[in-house]
Design a binder for this molecule. Structure first.
Ligand code: UD1
Length: 366
């Protein structure tokens, strides 16, 4: 069976790592990796391939940054050429980025079957580009790998058939379980910070709705400045966020009050998370990773796809732009009751995904 994997943005490298590792052990499946080039900086891309031992992409489309339509359109045109050349049996896409959407759409237009990892998640906010990408990708995918039972139920409520949906569990949970047992020692980047104490707040921010609105970004930064009087704020910067802080003249304030870092690799991030007191983020993946390591997370959004974490008390939404939202949430949240839950499977999501793809291959005679 020939499987073509489309990845292009940082969270997809993390998600694809465990599945590609299992695929490497299957003599009867050939995996071809295509990198769209949506994320292109060394620290946003190459570093993850090196650290997580992902095979080099056979194709790099070097699409880079553009407006949404132009970026997705360029990917679509280039992916179509690759798919026509390679003629895969399946195309595998991950998550909710423009690369996910382009991969699924290019494949379906060529009548190639699509499998979507991380299917069935919904924020119910159609202003988010990621929500549009999820809804469209799920609606045209042939096989839907749901990370949670809630995602399974969502897909059923949208009319999908049982045989199309597989509760795989979460591939990011698989990766965390295998990483935490053999986490490389703290790197020079982290040693340099002299963060011996574990009372810092780990912050990440990259969503357009938070970074591209000057009022919202200013309010978040001011809120974090007041938090930094209580807990040091450690803040690895996404390139979009660094650019926005500079554009809106907030960089000097951030530099003075926070420990600003470049984008970090996976192992450095896990190390920093492991030693933090809590996390504030608008990332989808980091909300789950915080829970995997039983850290409290303040989510800088109006809604989240990971509702089970809110219900269990591990995650609290802090609507961006709310004055002192994070500072107030921190006051009482540490003593908030938290329930023990295990919604993300048993750590074998990648095996289940590969097993299901093999069975599908048998069904179609491949
Ligand atoms: C994308 C995904 C989002 C995911 C996130 C993880 C979409 C719509 N969004 O958002 O779901 O959570 O990735 O990071 O696909 N840039 C660089 N170097 C890079 C990459 C980006 O400088 O290597 C800058 C560019 O100026 C670009 C901006 O960051 O315009 C944003 O990049 P973009 O491709 O829009 O994606 P993300 O915001 O990272």
């Amino acid at each position: 069976m020939k499987l073509l994997t489309v990845i292009g943005a940082r969270p997809q490298f993390v998600k694809a790592a465990t599945v590609s590792r299992v695929l490497d052990t299957c003599a009867d499946i050939e995996e071809i990796i295509v990198h769209t080039g949506q994320h292109y900086d060394k620290k946003m891309s190459d570093l993850f391939f090196e650290e997580l031992n992902i095979s080099s992409p056979k194709y790099n489309l070097n699409v880079g940054s553009e407006s949404h339509g132009a970026q997705t359109g360029r990917m679509l045109a280039e992916l179509e050429k690759v798919m026509m050349l390679e003629k895969p049996d399946w195309v595998l896409v991950y998550g909710d980025t423009n690369s996910t959407l382009a991969g699924a759409l290019a494949a379906k237009k060529l009548q190639i079957k699509v499998a979507h990892v991380e299917a069935g998640l919904r924020s119910r906010n159609r202003l988010m580009p990621e929500e549009i990408n999820r809804v469209v990708t799920d609606s045209i995918s042939d096989l839907l790998f749901a990370p949670t039972q809630a995602a399974v139920e969502q897909l059923i409520s949208e009319g999908r058939e049982d045989f199309e949906i597989i509760f795989s569990g979460d591939v990011m949970y698989d990766l965390m379980l295998s990483t935490i047992q053999r986490l490389p020692k703290t790197s020079d980047t982290i040693k340099h910070l002299n963060l011996e104490q574990t009372n810092y707040l780990l912050v990440t921010l990259h969503r357009a709705e938070n970074t591209d609105e000057p009022d919202i970004l200013t309010s978040i930064i001011q809120d974090l400045v007041s938090v930094s009087k209580k807990w040091p704020v450690v803040f690895p910067l996404h390139p979009r966020t660094e650019a926005a802080l500079k554009k809106f003249d907030l960089y000097p304030l951030a530099e003075k009050n926070f420990l600003l870092l470049p984008p970090l690799g996976y192992f450095d991030m896990v190390n920093l998370l492991k030693d933090s007191v809590a996390v504030a983020t608008d990332s989808g993946g980091l909300q789950k990773e915080a829970f995997f390591l039983r850290k409290i997370c303040f989510t800088l959004r109006n809604e989240t796809e990971w509702g089970e974490l809110i219900e269990a008390g591990w995650n609290r939404l802090v609507p961006p732009g709310l004055p002192s939202g994070i500072a107030n949430a921190i006051q009482d949240f540490c003593s908030f009751p938290r329930k023990s839950i295990l919604p993300y499977g048993d750590g074998n999501a990648a095996e289940k995904i590969v097993f299901a793809l093999k069975n599908q291959g048998l069904r179609t005679g491949k």
